[in-house]
Design a protein around this ligand. Structure first.
Ligand SMILES: Cc1cc2nc3c(=O)[nH]c(=O)nc-3n(C[C@H](O)[C@H](O)[C@H](O)COP(=O)(O)OP(=O)(O)OC[C@H]3O[C@@H](n4cnc5c(N)ncnc54)[C@H](O)[C@@H]3O)c2cc1C
Length: 500
């Protein structure tokens, strides 16, 4: 076993291993311009784990004319260093996540290079900010071109008669200067995160409350806000438990946790979706097969993760009596009365100073202004189209191709849809769990990169044909061939030489 003792050593090894695989492939798509503007082959919006992994997969396949744009400031992409509150990841440390099958790109290689094998063996779950640092290193070592504080506002399409396929015109705002500008791309990968195809799920009863007395768990909350407060947390998942634990650790007077379900489940069935068969095969299943799988999974609540359970128990034990769990307690109304919140529903009334809604996310692209121009043209599932038992709404979950590109509505003339790739949770129904989370992300990124490579090649077929015809590398010289040709009868030698 080769022992790697430092990050610089790991980076050397990584580049050596990539060179053994002849990766990255040299750039092959031809450079194009539109009315004097440079055209990217791919613009990736969102430079979190998904965007970075898609960019890496594209580079390895020789598609180098790419750029990533992210609204977040540098080194703050994704939830890890902003609104996430868990101490450690929920996923096991062994998952290879965005490594794309390259051993030296794995979290384990990165961690062991800095802390040694014993520390790796002793590690239980990955600390959240350590995972964030790993993703930052991944972006840096692969030299992914990230433009920060650049917010996507809108996407529309333009035609250029010299090109076989339309171009995406992306409208951005530089959040540092408020300057608005456009960029052109042949393909777009949307990697906007958990709420990227919708937004936070705010229950109707909370919508009229004054904003200063509630947060959604996806907001950045100064933990000191919890100090000495009576907090109500609505939701039964890990985010709810993490918000409650953070508040208790910050000295909250009391936390009421209101959970709709009867209790916690114990099995995370989605972990059974770990085979390469599932990852590659789901997208090709029949609607009935998808329905059988999804219908079952939709009825299985996700259990809380081990680390979160241990953390909240420890926080309560520090100050016994400060946490109350209310199962089967669905909140139905909320008011502000004499400077305090009153929550009522299926259970005892709850009074609080502050409310955290850990109520998850809604898939509803109408909540995303940057997607509005796209929506009239793309295909959506009907409610219950896939799994009759899964609660759902028509027109919110997109139907995607295996390369995550949108399908065009039958009544729309919008070929650009096939060049926009939705690398977000909303894709799961179409392509399976190979997006959004750590376990399948490399498969998803490779699937997108291969799809884009295929489409770029087809769109540039004339160029590809000319490249083949003009191919000039000499496989064998006249000089090397001559001794062989000397063995031929004179007439044939003359004929061959005249053809050459
Ligand atoms: C609290 C929390 C804990 C999680 N824990 C785990 C876990 O343990 N294991 C696991 O497998 N998964 C976990 N996940 C799920 C998933 O792994 C993460 O959400 C992960 O961050 C997904 O990566 P992403 O790149 O898709 O999205 P993100 O990391 O959220 O990145 C999306 C990026 O898009 C940018 N963006 C959005 N809109 C725009 C726009 N209009 N213009 C420009 N940029 C934009 C954002 O700034 C953001 O940086 C967790 C998620 C959360 C929220």
């Amino acid at each position: 076993m080769t022992l790697i003792h430092s990050l610089s050593n790991l980076e050397e090894q990584l580049h050596y291993h990539l060179s053994l695989l002849r990766l990255p492939e040299p750039n092959w798509p031809p450079a194009r311009t539109h009315q004097g503007h440079a055209v990217y082959d791919v613009v990736i919006v969102g430079a979190g784990m998904s965007g970075a992994c898609a960019a890496a997969a594209l580079k390895l396949q020789g598609i180098h004319n790419i750029a990533l744009f992210d609204a977040a400031p540098a080194h703050q992409e994704g939830p890890w260093a902003t609104f996430a509150r868990m101490d450690t990841l929920r996923s096991p440390k062994e998952l290879t996540g965005p490594a794309l099958g390259i051993p030296m790109l794995t979290f384990q290689a990165w961690y062991t290079a800095q802390h040694g094998t014993q520390a790796w063996q002793a590690l239980d779950r990955i600390p959240r900010l350590v995972w964030h640092d790993y993703l930052q290193w991944y972006t840096k070592v692969l030299q992914l071109p990230v433009n920060n504080q650049q917010q996507l506002l809108n996407i529309d399409g333009v035609r250029d008669e010299r090109l076989a396929t339309p171009l995406a015109r992306l409208h951005f705002q530089d959040d540092r200067t408020q300057e608005k500008y456009t960029r052109y791309a042949r393909h777009v990968v949307l990697a906007l995160g958990m709420s990227g195809f919708g937004g936070p799920n705010i229950p109707a009863w909370a919508q009229s409350l004054p904003k200063e007395c509630w947060y959604h768990s996806s907001e950045v909350i100064d933990p000191q806000r919890f100090g000495d407060k009576r907090l109500a947390v609505v939701g039964g998942g890990d985010s709810a438990l993490d918000a409650a634990a953070t508040a208790l650790e910050q000295g909250a007077q009391h936390v009421d946790l209101c959970i709709r379900g009867k209790g916690y489940s114990h099995i995370n069935y989605s972990k059974a979706l770990s085979s390469s068969g599932y990852r590659a095969g789901y997208t090709h299943l029949s609607a009935a097969q998808k329905s059988a799988l999804l219908g079952f999974l939709a009825q299985q609540p996700t259990p809380p993760s081990r680390g979160t359970v241990a953390r909240i128990i420890a926080a309560e034990r520090q100050r016994p009596g400060t946490l109350t769990l209310h199962f089967e307690h669905e909140i139905q109304q909320a008011y502000v009365q004499q400077d305090e919140l009153l929550l009522t529903g299926h259970g005892p009334d709850i009074t609080a100073d502050l409310l955290v809604l850990a109520t998850g996310y809604r898939t509803d692209p109408r909540m995303r202004p940057e997607l509005h121009a796209l929506l009239p043209h793309i295909q959506f599932y009907e409610a219950h189209a896939l799994a009759p038992d899964v609660p759902g709404e028509s027109g919110v979950i997109p139907i995607l191709n295996p390369d995550f590109s949108f399908q065009t509505r039958p009544d729309a003339d919008y070929p650009l849809a096939a060049q926009i790739h939705c690398f977000m949770h909303a894709a799961i129904l179409s392509v399976g769990r190979i997006c959004g989370d750590i376990p399948g992300i490399s498969q998803g990124a490779n699937q997108i990169a291969q799809g884009i490579a295929a489409k770029l090649y087809q769109a540039e077929f004339d160029h590809a044909l000319t490249t083949v015809k003009n191919y000039g590398e000499l496989e064998v010289s006249d000089e090397a061939l001559q001794p062989l040709l000397n063995l031929a009868r004179p007439a044939i030698v003359e004929e061959k030489l005249s053809k050459h």
